[in-house]
Write a protein that binds this ligand. Structure first.
Ligand code: PLP
Length: 375
């Protein structure tokens, strides 16, 4: 099998699995308990919080959650304190942000969406026009999960804070972690969400970074774990797995990125030489190295995906999370018409992929597209 759907999820790294096993079967204590082994394990978790802050250059707290979906929900619901204020979101957010924004809107909060440029990034000039004294919260993702388009979060935070420093700025950094350099302090961001399973860590482990001085309300109540912000028994093995995955990803950042870029460039060069009428749904210079979103006018992405799957090549048709629903909100927000949207596929590379695999996929894709066109 050639797995090229790494934006949906990644294969767990062997070292992560090994690390986690210890905390499932030996050091499995409940960190809320007061006996020595539990207290010591709790200390280890706190050391990991400090380590994550150091690696991402943040100043504040790290809250472990059951997913990035949960981290995004906590960030938004936790900040939605004032019904009279305005909440701004990009229109290309993952459903774990977008559907929360829609829920706020349905409950009569004033919710505004920022336009998207044809290259998949948010239209910062439009954002400028939306910012006024009524705004209390802005949420813009760092990297889009369907197109790989990058948003310049540092400039966006600067812009928002220039209007009013007390506006809370959140960024869903799930697809950015390990793909672009993240510097929380220099970005000046208030809230940031991450997920372990996109960086070869375990599924079901998320993180919310909260900058010092930023206060949000909990929305899961219970035993008061995670500083009262996310009740529920702490997932020690999952947290250890996240930390190991982050270490591996950041220690090998340069090599991983080089390999991803080689895969992308070779794949796109082959396509350019062998197919004429397709659309790349991002700009090469302003997207991450691991995601390629393509549209083939008049064809069905789903059919292409199944044709490749029959040959053991796994690609996506868009966001895995949204594929059961409209799956095309992001592309239509970018201005793509239906003919292109229906013919879209997403190829996303991961640290275990090789250029040979990328080329095998490119060749199979060309054959599938030509077959469907009757060439
Ligand atoms: N945000 C983005 C950009 C994502 O791509 C995903 C997963 O697809 C999520 C949030 C949700 O992450 P999780 O699966 O940890 O809930």
């Amino acid at each position: 099998m050639i797995y090229l759907d790494n934006a949906a999820t990644t294969k767990m790294h062997d070292d992560v699995q090994l690390e986690m096993a210890t905390y499932e079967t030996q050091n499995y204590f409940n960190v809320s308990a007061v006996y020595k082994s539990a207290v010591s394990l709790n200390g280890q978790i706190d050391t990991i919080r400090a380590d994550i802050l150091k690696k991402l250059n943040g100043s504040g707290s790290i809250i472990f959650t059951g997913s990035a979906t949960e981290a995004n929900n906590l960030a938004i619901y936790g900040s939605a304190k004032n019904k009279q204020a305005t909440y701004i979101f990009s229109g290309i957010e993952h459903p774990s942000v977008y559907n929360v924004a829609q829920d706020l809107k349905n409950r009569n909060y004033n919710v505004l969406y920022v336009n998207t440029l044809p290259n998949g990034s948010v239209d910062v000039n439009h954002l400028k026009t939306l910012l006024d004294s009524s705004v209390c919260f802005v949420s813009i993702m760092a990297v889009n999960n369907e197109t790989g388009a990058i948003n310049d979060i540092k400039s966006i935070v600067k812009l928002v804070k220039s209007v009013n420093p007390s506006i809370i700025v959140h960024s869903d950094c799930v697809q950015a972690l390990g793909k672009i350099q993240i510097d929380l302090n220099s970005w000046g961001i208030d809230l940031c969400s991450f997920s372990a399973h996109k960086i070869n860590g375990p599924k079901g482990v998320g993180v919310l970074y909260i900058k010092s001085g930023v206060n949000i309300n909990p929305h899961i109540l219970g035993g008061g774990q995670e500083f009262g912000l996310r009740s529920g028994t702490v997932n020690t093995a999952g947290i250890m797995g996240f930390k190991k995955a982050l270490d591996i990803t950041l220690q090998n950042f340069g090599n991983i990125q080089k390999n991803l870029l080689d895969c992308k460039i070779n794949f796109l060069n082959f396509l350019e030489q062998n197919i004429t009428d397709y659309k790349l749904n991002s700009s090469l210079n302003y997207s991450v190295n691991n995601i390629i979103s393509l549209s083939f006018k008049g064809l069905r992405g789903e059919v292409i995906m199944h044709m490749l799957a029959e040959q053991g090549i796994i690609i996506g048709t868009g966001s895995a999370c949204s594929s059961k629903h409209s799956g095309n909100r992001v592309l239509s927000h970018m201005g793509l018409n239906k003919n292109y949207i229906e013919g879209s596929v997403r190829i996303s590379f991961g640290m275990f992929n090789t250029v040979t695999e990328a080329m095998d996929c490119a060749k199979a894709l060309v054959i599938a597209v030509n077959t469907l066109k009757g060439i």
